[in-house]
Design a protein around this ligand. Structure first.
Ligand code: SF4
Length: 358
């Protein structure tokens, strides 16, 4: 499966690059196809907090679809239990967008539901989602305090009634999420990985990554995403459950990654709790994606209890290290380091393996 990736901190620009290259308009079919966009508005938090889908992604998609003659466009989401989707729509600018472009907004908490089941899990899924002619999933890649990460597969939980969302938690999340993905299969996933949160889905500790990626298979997309955050796919419970159900593959050798642009240097640094990990780093003109991979690898070491192996050493990262010889470095720019890992940018998994071998 192809995964297209674009490096940019501008959500609108990255979206346009991805969908132009993918040839989205030629993939959808009839101009009157019911197109549903499913973002992540888990709470009314600003996208820069690392919790929600950037509005520029949705606006760019709507502009593109209308330029190409598509007329039936809906943005549909249900926030988490206890949060108001209407408030998220209002505070994140969806009302303005709907008025300006004449598109439909649906609060999935108030939708009609159909009771469906898979693998022994009953659930109430939105009719709008089940009847979509072309479903575009717009998740945020970020950490999660229970499932460790959330991206394409878990984003579909917003398509459930609040009652089913509660039942999912009672039943351990992983298997129900996999079962939901056997029932709802997006036609396309466009991942907002501009600044996802380090470890909480409600945001507050964003890690600047400045990238977005696109692909069709939600399971394989999440297996790929796990590596970006420093996890083996099997470590994520809902991915392991999906593989056990036979609804997708975790075999990353099936991924054909197409880079549409190159990472570029950024001075942005992690904030909030993520900032404490920066003391193990020595960035010099580091690209966001490279530095974010390092921060995620350090977070995994902190979680695993192995971060003490670093002692007082710092990991070099960035274009400023070209031609230099730091002790430990990550990415192609640090190939002169005593110990280094390849990649431009390297994944968090590869950095983690290198650091844990110290
Ligand atoms: S290896 Fe160098 S150029 Fe490549 S992403 Fe990292 S810092 Fe940027």
């Amino acid at each position: 499966m192809d995964i297209l990736i674009a490096y940019s901190g501008d959500a609108a620009e990255a979206t346009r690059t991805l969908i132009d290259s993918y040839g989205l308009s030629g993939r959808i079919g009839d101009k009157d196809t019911a197109i549903v966009l499913k973002p992540n508005f888990v709470t009314p938090s600003d996208a820069e907090s690392g919790a929600t889908t950037h509005i520029g992604i949705i606006e760019t998609l709507v502009q593109y679809l209308q330029e190409n003659g598509f007329t039936d466009i809906t943005v549909a989401e249900g926030s988490w239990v206890g949060a108001s989707t209407a408030e998220a729509f209002s505070s994140l600018g969806l009302g303005r967008l709907a008025r300006n472009y004449g598109i439909r907004l649906i609060d999935l908490k108030r939708d009609r539901f159909r009771r469906v089941s898979y693998g022994g899990f009953d659930m109430e899924v939105s009719e709008t989602i089940l009847s979509a002619g072309y479903l575009i999933n717009l998740p945020v890649l970020k950490g999660h305090c229970q499932t460790r990460m959330t991206c394409c597969m878990k984003n579909l939980k917003g398509c459930l009634s609040d009652r089913s969302k509660r039942e999912f938690h009672n039943r351990g999340l992983s298997k129900p999420i996999a079962a939901l993905n056997a029932i709802v299969k997006p036609d396309l996933n466009i991942v907002d990985s501009i600044c996802g949160d380090l470890d909480f889905e409600e945001g507050g500790n964003p890690v600047r990554t400045d990238r977005m990626f696109l692909g069709e298979d939600a399971v394989l997309m999440d297996a790929f995403s796990a590596g970006l955050m420093g996890f083996a796919p099997e470590e994520i419970g809902y991915l392991a459950a999906a593989a056990a159900y036979g609804i997708g593959s975790l075999d990353l050798s099936q991924v054909h990654l197409k880079e549409l642009s190159k990472p570029c240097a950024s001075s942005a640094r992690p904030t909030g709790m993520a900032a404490r990990l920066a003391r193990y780093t020595a960035p010099d003109m580091a690209c966001s994606a490279c530095y974010a991979s390092l921060i995620h690898a350090l977070k995994r070491m902190e979680d695993n209890g192995t971060i003490g192996r670093l002692g007082s050493r710092k990991v070099a990262c960035g274009q400023g290290y070209r031609g230099k010889s730091p002790e430990i470095g990550c990415g192609a720019c640090c190939r002169g380091a005593g110990i280094s890992v390849k990649g431009c940018p390297p994944t968090a998994s590869d950095i983690l393996a290198m650091l844990e071998s110290l």
